[in-house]
Design a protein around this ligand. Sequence first.
Ligand code: PNS
Length: 159
Amino acid sequence: MSKIAIYPGSFDPITNGHLDIIKRARDLFDKVIIAVNNNPLKTFLFTAQERVEMIKELFNVSEGIEVESFRGLLVQYAKKKGAHFIIRGLRALSDFEYEFQMDLMNRKLNPGIQTIYLMTNQRYSYLSSGIIKEIVRLGGSAEGLIPDLVEKKLLEKFT
Ligand code: PNS
């Protein structure tokens, strides 16, 4: 049975921290599905389609990687995709409480799906999509923190 994992997130936009997690997850699973959250109640800078397209461009739709957006409950989406694993990246301690709550809730909803946590690369431990948006919007450099393509798309949004 092939091991399929879902890597869910807002990816608004994707950062080098996310890319690092995806590359490491790809070594652990047969297939990693990058699932872009398309919750209509949340406000995103990029549309779900823009976020999916950006990620697809970065990965050139390489083997073992799938990218799509999802709505609704993550565990239901995972079941539909035949995935028994969810991948989440962990940065500082401050991530723990939220991740712990999500893990317990997801496990209650579907005990057959395990969440696996990958510790962030320390180079990206202070990185978040939110802080990147602020830096670029205010004219700062995000060099080395996001792919060039993402920086270009951010600049297009802010000008
Ligand atoms: O990158 P984010 O914003 O931290 O990702 C959060 C995400 C998308 C993983 C989470 O909000 C999610 O799973 N949303 C789908 C709705 C859901 O299943 N909620 C219950 C989880 S406890």
